[in-house]
Design a protein around this ligand. Structure first.
Ligand SMILES: NC(=O)c1ccc[n+]([C@@H]2O[C@H](COP(=O)([O-])OP(=O)(O)OC[C@H]3O[C@@H](n4cnc5c(N)ncnc54)[C@H](O)[C@@H]3O)[C@@H](O)[C@H]2O)c1
Length: 289
């Protein structure tokens, strides 16, 4: 028996990075999963890798209808909904208030904050029909301990996600829907490529070149891996966490205790080098970068 046997989960952002690691662990722990993401080709690959266990739904988390359809699909395909892990996000936003337009703000906020509200809204009905459930919102350590590489949108929205988790835990406790936040530190994923304008393909090839930078980003001297978040998401999604709601679980190698001072120029220089290395990797494999 897996720790999530009999459970049905929606995992947003599951085509890549941290949430991809959550999908793998949820499968190994016995869950059935709807992956919601904008990367349809990778979603189809996941369905082929885990036939009958993972279904993909093309979903832009800025669109409420897409989110509603994703939650409904869990009931249609697998008979219910027990867990939502909302990890999808982008970091492709203007960094400073001075540069922000109304459109920039609204688009970034729809991605980084409103989507969390909509995921909860559309998960509650199906979860109530199962007698309860677990919603796991992925925030960021940058919300409380600012990173020079972060943007105002990212920090403010990820901070609001922490409050949202607490409010939703309060609002939904009587429905036995638990809501918790995971607070990751830096992880080597494709997300970092967006900060240096890398194409999706190049960004996907960058994480292997980010380990050294990540190892020096927090007290524990190694890079965090998606599996580290997956363990936390498995715990919070399982019945082992049945009395845990409104919590913030830091999975950050100690970053919330101490953030080493790394200047922005050094971070961007490291990312640029990783981008160049990733482009070389792709060329050596005969793929255009
Ligand atoms: N990587 C880090 O250092 C780090 C640190 C703290 C928090 N986080 C958080 O972890 C989560 C996962 O990030 P990651 O590092 O795995 O990044 P990633 O880029 O590897 O994965 C993000 C996924 O979200 C999807 N996505 C982006 N915009 C979307 C949209 N509009 N609709 C649907 N899907 C969309 C992408 O296609 C991708 O599959 C995010 O919430 C991120 O903010 C990451």
């Amino acid at each position: 028996m897996g720790r999530l046997s009999g459970k049905v989960a929606v995992i947003t952002g599951g085509a890549s990075g941290i949430a991809y690691g959550v999908v793998e662990m949820y499968v190994s722990e016995g869950a059935k999963i709807i992956v919601a993401d904008i990367q349809a080709e990778k979603g189809a690959q996941l369905e082929r890798r885990f036939p009958g266990t993972v279904c993909f739904n093309a979903c832009d988390i800025r669109n409420e209808e897409d989110i509603a359809r994703t939650m409904a699909m869990a009931e249609e395909k697998f008979g219910g909904l027990d867990v939502v892990v909302h990890a999808a996000a982008s970091v492709d936003h203007k960094q400073k208030i001075a540069d922000m337009t109304v459109e920039d703000w609204d688009d970034g906020q729809a991605n980084l904050l409103r989507s969390h509200v909509m995921c909860i809204k559309h998960a509650v009905g199906p979860m109530q029909r199962r007698g309860g459930g677990s919603v796991i919102l992925v925030s960021s350590a940058a919300a409380e301990n600012f990173s020079p590489a972060a943007s105002v949108l990212y920090v403010v929205c990820k901070g609001a996600v922490l409050y949202l988790a607490r409010w939703a835990a309060f609002e939904l406790a009587s429905s036995k829907v638990r809501v918790n936040a995971i607070v990751p530190g830096p992880f080597a994923t494709s997300m970092w490529g967006q900060l240096v304008g890398a194409s999706r393909e190049v960004a996907d090839a960058m994480p292997v070149h980010l380990d050294e930078m990540m190892a020096g980003s927090q007290p524990l001297p190694r890079a965090g891996k998606p599996q580290d978040i997956a363990y936390a998401a498995t715990y919070l999604g399982s019945d082992e966490a049945r009395f845990v709601t409104g919590a913030q679980l830091a999975v950050d190698g100690g970053l919330s205790v101490f953030r080493p001072a790394v200047p922005k120029e050094k971070i961007m220089d490291y990312l640029q080098r990783a981008k160049v290395q990733a482009e070389e990797d792709l060329r050596s494999m005969g793929k255009s970068a």
